[in-house]
Ligand binder design. Structure first.
Ligand code: APR
Length: 231
């Protein structure tokens, strides 16, 4: 049975009340990403970076999965082949909807990471400057999120999945951040059918064979229903 690989971005969580990055009024219109999403920014002003992620963690803690997250979880349980879910999102709404095996390539707000020994632990709701690592005791705790200039997680696993994909879908992502923006090309090279599902055309829409536009809570359940009817 066909192997499906799905990449999700901030757009899938927008209708759960979590802001996107590059839409009008998005996070990057209120914050300089150089200040809050780079290792250099954290070295300069860790308090500012913790405030930014503490606010996002607080907001994510009360957000609920929407019909798009639920439809993808349903696809994973109902599809007779493999359904690999890769997300750029640092919220846990796929898991809250019941999804299995979510590859968080940009990390997760729920995690803390030691900047010295790479140990990971569960983040407290509010991280403080000088958060102490429970393994090496150095006060070098940071959010376990991948910043600009850092290498995303699970890349070997992701490329292995893309090289065997029969169907690749990108949902709610602007296609402006690499390496995720190049996944469609890797999947197409492997012979996969490619679908973009987004509010409106992304900057890489010409790379896709099929497109479906509209709010994710409407388009994703219909796409999943269409797929399940092909079984
Ligand atoms: N339904 C579907 N798509 C939507 C919706 C919606 N309700 N609302 C917005 N979108 C689309 C937008 O049209 C846009 O193309 O979601 C996309 C969001 O794009 P970005 O804000 O750029 O988010 P994303 O692509 O996930 O960003 C990638 O950039 O800053 C980094 O690390 C951050 O993981 C993030 C990465």
């Amino acid at each position: 049975m066909k192997k499906i690989v799905i990449l999700t971005g901030a757009g899938i969580s927008a209708e759960s009340g979590l802001g996107t990055f590059r839409d009008e009024g998005g996070l990057w219109s209120h914050h300089r990403l150089e200040d809050v999403a780079t290792p250099e920014g954290f070295a300069r002003d860790p308090a500012l970076v913790h405030r930014f992620y503490n606010a996002r963690r607080e907001q994510a803690a009360t957000a609920l999965p929407n019909a798009a997250h639920q439809a993808l979880a349903r696809l994973q349980t109902s599809w007779p082949g493999e359904v690999i879910l890769i997300t750029q999102n640092v919220d846990s709404l796929h898991e809250a909807a019941g999804a299995q095996m979510v590859l968080h390539m940009h990390g997760n707000l729920a995690g803390a990471l030691c900047g010295v020994c790479d140990h990971r632990w569960t983040s407290p709701p509010q991280m403080q400057v000088g958060e102490t690592c429970p393994r090496c005791s150095v006060p070098a705790g940071r959010p376990d999120v991948v910043w600009f200039g850092e290498i995303p997680y699970h890349m070997d696993t992701i490329y292995a999945h893309l090289s065997k994909a029969d169907l690749f879908a990108a949902i709610g992502t602007s296609g402006q951040v690499y390496p995720a923006a190049a996944f469609v090309q890797q999947a197409a090279f492997a012979g996969a059918h490619t679908v973009e599902i987004n509010l409106d055309p992304s900057s890489i829409v010409p790379d896709f064979e099929e497109t479906r536009f509209g709010p994710a809570t409407q388009t994703v359940p219909v796409w999943v229903k269409d797929l399940l009817q092909t079984i």
